[in-house]
Design a protein around this ligand. Structure first.
Ligand code: UFG
Length: 325
């Protein structure tokens, strides 16, 4: 009764793995360790392989022996990089998903939770985004995630896979200090890195059509992301659920300026920002409609922005780039 977590040694995956382990669940992690670290997965079994490598399918299949479900987190996730290397993104994200589904079918593993993304929406119409709007991703990363959802849907039709696609909004925070986000690719770590370097945080554009002119996002605590996966597994245990897609967010938006102010409040540091030009491709507002996941899973995010920023700060301060206060 093992659960397989691909990408389990990465930031989000490690939180899911830890929660599963705390629930007494046996876990197999499949990770290429390109970003992940073996030290993050505790006693879980590690199988190191590149999912996108078709030559690895037999090893992948063997790794799935005894698994009842797969949580597929492993993927490339940098929007800018996906624009520069589109074919590689498709190969990695769609190829990896296809190989995984082939191996799952061969091993009769019939439950899948797939990490999708709000990037599949592109620049949605104003207001909270519900799952059933027309999907218009605007970069290869978002496109590869949407195609992943289609692969899961088609496998559900073809051979009885039961799949849940979870569209993550802006994941941040840390559930435990030792498994915070080690990458500096998103707003909170980017601000903390600037503060570490004794520089001012940057706001990429303050002339958007939002309340304070800066972009608004739905920040969701990584622990809430992890509990949503547990709820998704429960949901898939009910045999009548073949395929569905859910947003994971809080339903509340916060502006870039607000997030930076919160970092100042939590750290006690001067966070006066520099206003820089807009970053291409940023939608002004991206906030989830969470009514479907609340209704169907009975799941609700439990952490607010303060808790996200506080936990990010603590994990940052426990790491190698401690900021003197
Ligand atoms: N931003 C700044 N200054 C910074 C860093 C970011 O102003 O130093 C702004 C960005 O321009 C954007 C907002 O902060 O308006 C959030 O930016 P992030 O890079 O943290 O996140 P994104 O919303 O661009 O994207 C994230 C993930 C994607 C995912 C998406 C889904 O990185 O993979 O959320 O909502 F698809």
């Amino acid at each position: 009764m093992t659960i397989c977590v691909t990408g389990g040694a990465g930031y989000i995956g490690a939180h899911i793995v830890r929660l599963l382990q705390q629930a007494g669940q046996a876990v197999t992690v499949i990770d290429d360790l390109s970003y992940g670290q073996a030290s993050r997965i505790g006693s879980a079994r590690l199988v190191q392989l590149d999912l996108a490598d078709t030559a690895e399918i037999p090893r992948l299949q063997a790794a799935l022996d005894g698994c009842v479900a797969v949580i597929h987190v492993a993927a490339r996730k940098q929007v800018g990089e996906s624009v520069e290397r589109p074919a590689w993104y498709y190969q990695q994200n769609i190829g990896g998903m296809a190989n995984l589904l082939l191996a799952m079918r061969a091993q009769s593993v019939e439950r899948l939770v797939f990490s999708s993304s709000a990037a599949t929406y592109g620049v949605p119409p104003a207001g909270r985004v519900a799952e059933d709007i027309t999907m218009r991703p605007i970069n290869p990363y978002g496109e590869s995630k949407l195609a992943g959802e289609w692969l899961a849907r088609d496998a559900a039709r073809a051979w009885g896979l039961r799949a849940v696609n979870l569209r993550y909004f802006n994941v941040a925070g840390a559930g435990w200090e030792d498994i915070g986000d080690p990458a500096v690719l998103n707003l909170i770590p980017m601000v903390l890195e600037k503060l570490y370097e004794n520089r001012r945080p940057a706001i990429f554009g303050d002339d958007y059509p939002t309340e304070d002119g800066t972009c608004v996002r739905d920040y969701i605590h990584v622990l809430d992301i992890a509990t949503a996966h547990m709820a998704a597994l429960d949901y898939l245990n009910r045999a009548d659920r073949p395929f569905d897609v859910f947003n994971i967010g809080t339903g509340s938006g916060h502006s870039v300026r607000r997030v930076i102010e919160m970092i100042g409040q939590v750290s006690g540091l001067d966070v006066t920002p520099d206003i820089e030009p807009r970053r291409p491709g940023d939608p002004p507002l991206l906030v989830s409609d969470v009514s479907r996941i609340e209704r169907v899973f009975g799941w609700k995010a439990g952490h607010d922005l303060e808790s996200i920023v506080e936990s990010s700060w603590r994990a940052w301060q426990a790491g190698p780039k401690r900021i003197s206060v």
